[in-house]
Design a protein around this ligand. Structure first.
Ligand SMILES: NC(=O)c1ccc[n+]([C@@H]2O[C@H](COP(=O)([O-])OP(=O)(O)OC[C@H]3O[C@@H](n4cnc5c(N)ncnc54)[C@H](O)[C@@H]3O)[C@@H](O)[C@H]2O)c1
Length: 234
């Protein structure tokens, strides 16, 4: 596969290394707006840039029938527009708030736990995410997916809140610490005990491998997809 890396920062570089090891060719490494010239005719674009530019980058690729795997977080209010473009241009789009296998298993576990806990109102549910200090958005896209997994399985909730403290019901508490690739916890706390599920990423390789696997999977597909389709709906 010929891969264009749109956004060649911390993630783009690791994705490039892993894709090359898996036998793919990197035809573009961009830290600027994509054009037909600099994209260099790829089979797929992998977009890990920043929240301000992601929408325009993805739009350009889809309008030129280039399938896009996007891991950039913090721009999601515009996702419905992008999904419409993928269909209208007869190409494919896959967004993942988190591409690692472990986090996607954690998403499934979170949904099952939410379903189990929905009748036990003595437990308050809270989320916490910890990331490195250069992260531009808060809460993390992964924490938002976790919150949505709870909302979809527990009728007590219809929205999450961004919180300054760890005390609010379905509040997401964000912590920024040097060098942390990504740690997510969901807490169910009662007067007498606490249940916690937690995922800790040791480095960025898990995200990068997942993005390359998604790029391999999307070849020949049309429409909008998520990592659930790649990992669990084979
Ligand atoms: N989904 C996941 O699994 C996952 C995992 C890690 C990070 N992320 C997200 O991916 C994004 C990138 O993370 P990162 O750690 O690589 O950040 P980074 O800051 O290291 O890299 C971003 C790169 O985008 C480049 N850029 C700036 N303007 C651009 C433009 N117009 N077009 C293309 N590129 C441009 C910057 O020069 C930079 O090199 C963030 O939104 C982060 O939250 C997602």
């Amino acid at each position: 596969m010929k891969i264009a890396l749109v956004g060649y920062g911390k993630m783009g570089k690791i994705i490039g290394e892993i894709a090359t090891k898996r036998g793919h060719e990197i035809v573009a490494q961009l830290n600027e707006t994509p054009t037909l010239e600099n994209l260099n005719n790829p089979d797929v674009a992998i977009e890990f840039s920043n929240p301000e530019v992601a929408f325009d980058n993805i739009k350009f690729c889809l309008e030129n029938q280039i399938p896009v795997i996007c891991g950039t977080t913090g721009w999601l209010d515009q996702k419905p527009e992008i999904e419409k473009m993928a269909v209208e241009n007869n190409t494919a789009f896959l967004y993942g708030s988190n591409f690692s296998l472990g986090v996607n298993l954690f998403f499934a576990l979170n949904e099952k736990l939410a379903d189990l806990m929905k009748n036990f109102s003595e437990y308050q549910v809270q989320l916490e995410e910890i990331h490195h200090t250069q992260k531009k958005d808060a809460p993390s896209g992964t924490a938002i997916t976790l919150a949505e997994g709870i909302i979809n399985n527990d009728p007590r909730f219809d929205a999450w809140k961004q919180e300054e403290t760890k005390d609010s019901e379905l509040g997401i508490f964000s912590v920024r610490e040097d060098e942390v690739p990504g740690t997510h916890s969901v807490f169910y706390k009662s007067e007498v005990d606490e249940i916690e599920i937690k995922h800790t990423a040791f480095n960025r390789n898990g995200f990068a491998v997942g993005a390359v696997i998604a790029a391999e999977w999307i070849q020949g597909k049309r429409g909008n997809f998520s990592m659930k389709d790649v990992l669990f709906d084979k």
